[in-house]
Design a protein around this ligand. Sequence first.
Ligand code: ADP
Length: 188
Amino acid sequence: MQLILFGPPGAGKGTQAKLIQEHYDIPQLSTGDMFRAAIKNETELGKKVKSILDSGELVPDETVVELVAETIRKPEYQKGYILDGFPRTIKQAEMYDEILKADGKELHAFVSLEVPQQELIDRITSRGEGREDDTPEKIKVRLQVYEDETSPVKAHYEKQGKLFEIDGVGTIDEIQQRIRKVLDARKS
Ligand code: ADP
């Protein structure tokens, strides 16, 4: 089961992805987490993307797609995975479609978490993860980037009949049940 978990910063993608991972026993792949790990470990990739993440802007499409392609072709991703934070541009979505096609795989569902803007800001400012991009100014940039570059990705998957919109307001458990309902109905 190849899944995309989509939504603006603060929508709860990471939280929900971890629960999906446990329930369906497929790994989560968070591009944001991978970049943060690379920065922490001071790898070549980390050095390349550090200032970009700090600014709240997007890492170049080719860099992200290369990282994702390399990862999902590993043995432990062959029975499926949950993408969290990818694709984030139309170009990334198109390149990902090509990868799936080349590998003879298909996307199961594109699940979009719907959360009002003010709630997003409240959640990010109160989550206190100490991320350098969680300051009010950077949050503003990230939400704007989302609006301009990322939100059009939804229409891309709607055209493919893969879009499922989920109300992302409620308890963690309520939202998880909503997601499972969609996924289970889609499976059978
Ligand atoms: P959030 O969704 O809360 O903004 P993420 O952890 O998903 O946080 O991403 C953090 C940062 O990592 C982004 O602001 C961006 O700089 C970079 N990033 C993550 N995924 C992508 C992607 N698919 N394309 C480009 N940049 C990305």
